[in-house]
Design a protein around this ligand. Sequence first.
Ligand SMILES: Cc1ncc(COP(=O)(O)O)c(C=O)c1O
Length: 462
Amino acid sequence: MADLHILINRDQGGIAGQIASELREAIRHGRLTPGTRLPASRDLATDLQVSRGVVVEAYEQLVAEGFLISRVGAGTQVAPAPSRGSVAAAARPEIAACGPHYGHRPTSPDLGCFPRERWLASVRHVLTTMHSDVFDYGDPGGVLELRDELAGYLRRVRAADVHPDNLVIVGGVAQGLSLALHVLTQRIDGLRLAVEDPNSHRQVPLLRRAGAELVPVPVDDQGFDVTALRARGVHAVLVTPAHQYPTGVVLSPARRAALMEWAAESDGVVLEDDYDAEFRFDRDPVGCLQGLAPGRVILAGSVSKALAPGLRLGWVAAPADLAESIRQARGELDLGSPVIDQYALAHFLRTGGYDKHLRRMRREYRRRRDALVKAVAEHLPEVRVRGIEAGLHAYLDLPPGWDEDAFIGPARELGLAADPVGPTRLTPGPPAVVVGFARLPAHRAAEVIQGLKVRMSGQKID
Ligand SMILES: Cc1ncc(COP(=O)(O)O)c(C=O)c1O
């Protein structure tokens, strides 16, 4: 059954037309390949919360146009390519070869929802309106148009205190942290960096490579433990206040204040990874820490969750002298980020494409999260779900005695992106896993979790 990503705007009429149009585009672009079975009209109607007749109407329209075929007993499928003369699938064999796929990293966004048309419009705008000279080597700190747009966006949405001069465009948070630490280790001998425990273990090699000595500090249900931090004697801390990885905890207001007090008292530096900040579901937006103390916090963010990790576009906001050093380091490292993509992102932000896409995806991810949480409560009640107020993943506490890997294997086979928590811990802890809901369509959640229930039935609870 196909992984369908259909986003409808209920404020506009013609819901059947919208569904047909989304499906048509998915087929034209090769996201739905010939032979792919579509969900039964009843299932899709439940998933989209529309009447079944509306889905039937959309399917019939596409059958009439030759995009779909419908056979009694065999359901509705994408028609073979020649009948509608599309070259999309043939031109992109790697897409045609993929088949149903819900991703491997639990933290990845749904890349099937990448706003291709609007992004293309932005790239086209850049290529058709800009003078060729701007495609030369750019400022290693990033093109001014993008820093202007981002400064406005971060002030408006993240309550950041930034100016275009404090921003450096980088190739994602990963590179932003590498560069910031590179600069800090040159300024501070034997830099001791406090990191969350558990934390994003994929980041650990890059933090070490930058020369920092890592000092684990526990995370509890309020977030990073600032009292424990005080006893560690560190120069800097790396935190994910908006949505901690892997626990999903949002740093509490008291801890935010305490962390800022620590920074002021100890002349410490706070590296703020604005991880998952775009996707908050149940609480009012919380501004970033950088807005509270712009002289002490280095804020790193990217479009990896909002658009796609593969774009490798991000930013660092830092106090002026640090920003300048980071910019110089970038110039020495590799001469800066791709210029055309930077102009395209600036246009995308300026014309409202970014905000619009985030609004759509927030609604959609919330629906998928709710479906996953409901399915776990119904079919795996012994598992506790946490950390779902924001972001694209849930943290599942497994019952004592369950094996993380015994859960991960079947979960992945069933199409649920999952990772064990064990490798993210610097000190041992109870069994838990992280699962991603961004790529799990709401109509599949119950079936996947029921399948897991069957596969986990051999596990004993201690
Ligand atoms: C906590 C955390 N922050 C940041 C990143 C990297 O983000 P980017 O794609 O912006 O480099 C990751 C990726 O795994 C992550 O786990």
